[in-house]
Ligand binder design. Structure first.
Ligand SMILES: [Zn+2]
Length: 121
């Protein structure tokens, strides 16, 4: 799961409406998947990002490439940092935990399992 994907996932357990984003990544095994840098694409991505969630998730994974506040001026360095963190960093194994209801979404071979049990939907 790339961090851009994580940045768009929230818990969807029935009745879980507070603290359901972002999911907290735990026990993560990370890998880097190199992708071609496309500054225009990253630029268009910026308004869709939940910056605080991306920043804090990255820091929790030991990645310190992003500024805590989204800078007003978008430089190439910033675009490259976002590219690296959001598009090239992948959680290979681990789990994504909802801080609202405690639901654990396992991540295996890079894929988050977002399926719920019947009594959770
Ligand atoms: Zn939840």
């Amino acid at each position: 799961m790339r961090l851009i994907t994580h940045n768009m996932l929230q818990c969807h357990v029935k009745g879980c409406t507070t603290n359901n984003f972002p999911l907290q990544i735990q026990d993560a095994e990370l890998e880097t998947l190199e992708a071609e840098f496309n500054p225009g694409f990253v630029q268009r991505l910026i308004p869709k990002l939940h910056w605080g969630a991306l920043y804090h998730t990255a820091v929790s994974l030991g990645i310190e490439d992003l500024p805590e506040q989204m800078p007003e001026e978008v430089t190439e360095d910033l675009l490259r940092a976002i590219h690296k963190v959001a598009l090239e960093t992948r959680v290979k194994e681990g789990k994504a935990v909802c801080l609202g209801c405690g639901h654990v979404y396992p991540i295996s071979n890079g894929i988050p399992n977002m399926l719920l049990q019947d009594n959770e939907v």
